[in-house]
Design a protein around this ligand. Structure first.
Ligand SMILES: CC(C)(COP(=O)(O)OP(=O)(O)OC[C@H]1O[C@@H](n2cnc3c(N)ncnc32)[C@H](O)[C@@H]1OP(=O)(O)O)[C@@H](O)C(=O)NCCC(=O)NCCS
Length: 225
């Protein structure tokens, strides 16, 4: 089984946002944090895991990169169970802060979050994801196709780490300048579903068309982009 089939089967093990509810145990799902509350849920998971369990100092965990990142939130029922963060650079993305609260471990939620991260990065056109693997967790990262870089270990927040990289298969529908502009406007990760701006089409002839663009009546000219 190649790495992408393995990822697919891991992905199928736990539910995503729009999966059916009909299970005996609380439904687990993974989503991109879009609201302040969802961001707070992701931060709460990280605080429980990294500050409390791993004894990481607050300023090192919440390092000033959180409001420039995409946050992945893992939920079991309505309870925040896992979190991970993606940052984007020119030709690679980084996967960071993967955490699952102790009481929700071994449920497969970390696998679902990481597979979601991989899918998001492939769809955005990235060919590589970079990570820093705790020395004891290299086998965990390897499960998802990450390979240790031929570089020595280093120490951060009193833990030993190795740099790891996952080479990604190109996504057949990766986002590009050839996409319809409405697709590129859709909320991050929801590129296959109509987004809020698509209602503009139905509104034509109403607000936009009746908006006074002449300036004669003091109408303002502006457009969302
Ligand atoms: C690492 C962590 C996120 C794993 O969470 P989890 O809920 O146990 O992960 P999952 O249940 O989704 O497991 C996914 C796979 O990884 C494997 N795995 C989990 N922990 C592992 C470990 N320490 N070493 C090797 N493999 C591991 C699981 O067996 C599973 O493999 P399988 O599909 O073949 O059964 C969790 O232990 C954690 O939050 N640790 C503290 C924070 C941390 O160290 N984060 C990583 C920083 S580099």
């Amino acid at each position: 089984m190649n790495i992408f089939s393995q990822l697919r089967s891991l992905r199928e093990r736990t539910a995503k946002e729009d999966w059916p509810d009909a299970t005996d145990s609380p439904r687990s799902r993974v989503k991109i944090a879009r609201t302040l509350e969802e961001m707070m849920q992701a931060f709460a998971v990280r605080a429980a895991v990294f500050l409390n369990e791993n004894h990481c100092p607050y300023a090192e965990e919440f390092d000033g990169n959180d409001f420039t990142s995409t946050h992945i939130l893992g939920l079991v029922g309505d309870e925040p169970a896992g979190a991970a963060r993606i940052r984007y650079f020119g030709d690679f993305a980084t996967l960071e802060r993967v955490a699952v609260r102790k009481e929700f471990r071994s449920s497969g939620i970390a696998a679902t979050m990481i597979n979601e991260v991989i899918e998001i990065c492939r769809r955005k056109g990235y060919s590589k994801i970079y990570g820093r693997a705790d020395a004891s967790l290299v086998p965990f990262w390897e499960k998802f196709g990450f390979m240790r870089r031929p570089k020595p270990e280093f120490t951060l927040t009193d833990h030993r780490f190795f740099e790891v990289v996952c080479e990604l298969d190109p996504h057949p529908e990766r986002l590009s300048l050839e996409n319809d502009p409405v697709v590129l406007h859709r909320p991050e990760g929801n590129w296959d579903r109509p987004g809020p701006l698509e209602s503009t089409k139905e509104r034509s002839g109403t607000a936009a068309a009746t908006h006074d663009t002449s300036g004669a009546a003091g109408g303002k000219k502006h457009a969302a982009s």
